[in-house]
Design a binder for this molecule. Structure first.
Ligand SMILES: [Fe+2]
Length: 472
């Protein structure tokens, strides 16, 4: 499979972001160090990888979804990368060229199915025996097979979702339910829903917001879901003229809406905190009268020097995200908040088995001193003691989201490995790096060599072997 020459105006088509041309399979990866014998499953990561030369200006968020995966099995590790073959991808493949322009161009709001191509390029989730690729703007759930990563089509949840769902649903590790949200430029601006452990849509409720917001994530506890109304918004007047301009209103508070998992919109309770934006939460749980939320808080995602003519671009946003804690008192309504560290980190992950329950560890990629959003290392936080350990990938090497992969027979929260892709653009090579979650500073226990670049991407998932071997 080859790609037409890309236009070079975008920093997201070169260097660590440069798309790869080929879908490859490598059966036994060369290993530096020793592959753990107590690690079985598949590490998968989504990202943008345009198949054709962009139509108009290109933004990193526009590219076709491509999933890179490393399968750990029987003391060997294999790699493959495959496009997420969405209906939009297949239409462009048929045409032999890009049919959609991206978010840097004026949107065609009259286009059926929305102005932008649903690329499924953002997030991954394994739920009810199905592995799915999801899109940041809210779209279909594109099913892929494991370990082959072949596209199987769009998932039907037994009741047609109004529009699909956004990246960052949350799977409760105890009940198996999946909680999701979706957002839109027109009312209802936000919807919240639950899909059963068996994979059927059981509820979807509209949530009243003062206007259209750019939502990115939610959090769950054992009984509640936390929705967000953060003042990053579409400019309503311009939206009415068909223009998508984004602004951040520092005069407004951050609002966190806590709703019983199976509650109705009327049950939702809003808590106000200091103005901020947040791309990604880490975890939330209940503690006495309080609901605790951890995430990577950004004071202002659109500093003044950013041109108001463009929608937020991570390359010029100079994101400054910090590990942060909010406590919402469900009895008194009080909110307490505090920053937990002064290192800039984002794309945080934790042991998913503890999602919604008290957790202690968070594994956060560290923001590199670069004009683009790159990560030069990982910080492993112990939020109970305040201790942290970090590992730096080395000059010219950038990593992505780091997943926690439990060791076979794991006994506690950090009993396992951290897995991520690290890319060396200059050498045109990728690596899958495996660290011991209990001793991150010691450096990798294994580095698996991938013979082509693994471009910087978005979200990752760990699928234990026992789960995907049970795929229907
Ligand atoms: Fe995200």
């Amino acid at each position: 499979m080859s790609m037409a020459p890309a236009t070079a105006q975008s920093p997201y088509l070169v260097g660590p972001f440069a798309p790869v041309r080929d879908e490859i399979t490598v059966d036994a990866l060369a290993v530096l160090g020793a592959l753990p014998h107590d690690l079985h499953g598949m590490f998968v990561r989504n990202g943008a990888n345009p198949r054709f030369a962009p139509k108009g200006r290109y933004h990193w968020f526009d590219g076709d979804g491509m999933v890179h995966g490393v399968h750990f099995q029987g003391g060997r590790a294999s790699y493959r990368n495959r496009y997420v073959k969405t209906p939009g991808f297949l239409a462009e493949q048929e045409a032999g060229e890009a049919l959609w322009s991206g978010i840097m161009e004026r949107p065609d709001l009259s286009r059926r199915g929305g102005p932008f191509k649903d690329t499924g390029n953002t997030d991954l989730v394994f739920h009810a025996g199905r592995f799915m690729a999801l899109w940041w703007l809210g779209g279909a759930c594109h099913q892929l097979s494991l370990p082959a990563l072949e596209s199987l089509g769009v998932v039907d949840f037994g009741s047609p979702l109004k529009k699909g769902l956004a990246a960052h649903p949350k799977v409760d590790p105890v009940t198996g339910e999946l909680m999701f949200f979706d957002y839109a430029q027109r009312p209802p601006y936000l919807t919240y829903g639950v899909i059963s452990a068996e994979g059927a849509l059981v509820r979807q409720v509209p949530i009243a917001l003062p206007g259209a917001r750019l939502q990115h994530d939610i959090a769950i506890t054992a009984r509640f879901t936390i929705l967000m109304d953060l003042p990053l918004m579409w400019d309503a007047a311009l939206l009415a003229q068909g223009k998508t301009r984004v602004r951040f209103d520092t005069a407004l508070p951050a609002r966190f809406g806590i709703i019983a998992r199976h509650g109705d919109a009327g049950d939702l309770r809003w808590f106000e905190a200091k103005c901020c934006y947040m791309y990604h939460t880490i975890n939330a749980w209940e503690e006495g009268d309080e609901v605790v939320l951890l995430g990577c808080r950004i004071e202002n995602p659109m500093p003044d020097r950013v041109s108001a003519r463009v929608i937020p671009r991570l390359d010029i946003l100079a994101l400054e995200p910090y590990l942060y804690e909010w406590r919402f008192n469900m009895v008194t309504g009080a909110v307490k908040e505090r920053q937990l560290d002064d290192t800039m980190t984002e794309f945080p992950r934790m042991n998913q088995e503890y999602l919604g329950r008290p957790s202690r560890y968070s594994y956060n990629p560290r923001v590199a001193p670069s004009s683009e959003l790159l990560y030069d290392g990982v910080v492993a936080y112990d939020t109970l003691t305040g201790r942290q350990a970090s590992y730096t990938y080395g000059p010219g090497r950038y990593g992505g989201e780091v997943v926690f992969a439990p060791r076979d027979g794991a006994r506690d929260e950090n009993d396992g490995y951290l897995v991520t892709f690290v890319n060396d653009a200059e050498k045109g090579q990728g690596e899958c790096v495996v660290l011991d979650a209990r001793d991150v500073a010691a450096g990798p226990v294994a580095r698996l060599c991938i013979p082509q670049q693994v471009p910087a991407g978005y979200h990752a998932w760990w699928v234990p072997s026992r789960e995907f071997e049970a795929q229907p």
